[in-house]
Design a protein around this ligand. Structure first.
Ligand code: DQA
Length: 140
């Protein structure tokens, strides 16, 4: 199965960005770990963008390819009707992930525009949020 792992704004800074909240691992560490975990069980497409429209394009692309999506939309989680519409319009089965437990943080992070149109949500397990999402896809 093909799985897109899409990362939103500021996630390119992982490793140096607020390591107390997001951990010391970089985005390329996460990519490496996921590729090891997936092995030949899934074909991973791993991307990051700081631009909302580019993320919308990639969600549509995943849908056209019949792929699943593991999506950490970063701050767009809390703002983006466009990404929500892309998920519901593309029909791509999507798992929303967050490194941090957004519900234990500022109240503006408690609401997600995306959760209601996602298959499920995995929040607060650090890098394991991604590996758990990968396992959820591969168990199906
Ligand atoms: C995040 C949580 C968001 O609130 C924040 O804007 C991020 C990262 C996380 O993975 O914990 O950029 O999605």
């Amino acid at each position: 199965r093909q799985i897109y792992i899409l990362n939103g704004p500021n996630l390119n800074l992982l490793g140096t960005r607020e390591p107390g909240i997001y951990g010391a691992q970089t985005l390329s560490d996460i990519e490496k770990l996921l590729r090891e975990r997936a092995g030949d069980r899934a074909e991973l497409v791993f991307r990051q963008s700081n631009h909302e429209g580019e993320l919308v394009d990639w969600i549509q692309e995943a849908g056209e390819n019949g792929a699943g999506i593991i999506l950490n939309a970063g701050a767009y989680t809390h703002t983006s009707v466009a990404m929500r519409d892309a998920i519901s319009g593309s029909m791509a089965e999507t798992i929303e992930v967050h490194l941090s437990n957004v519900h234990a943080r500022e109240s503006f992070r408690h609401h997600s525009y995306l959760s209601a149109v996602c298959r499920g949500v995995i929040v607060g397990f650090g890098v394991k949020s991604y590996t758990l999402a990968l396992e959820a896809f591969l168990l199906e």
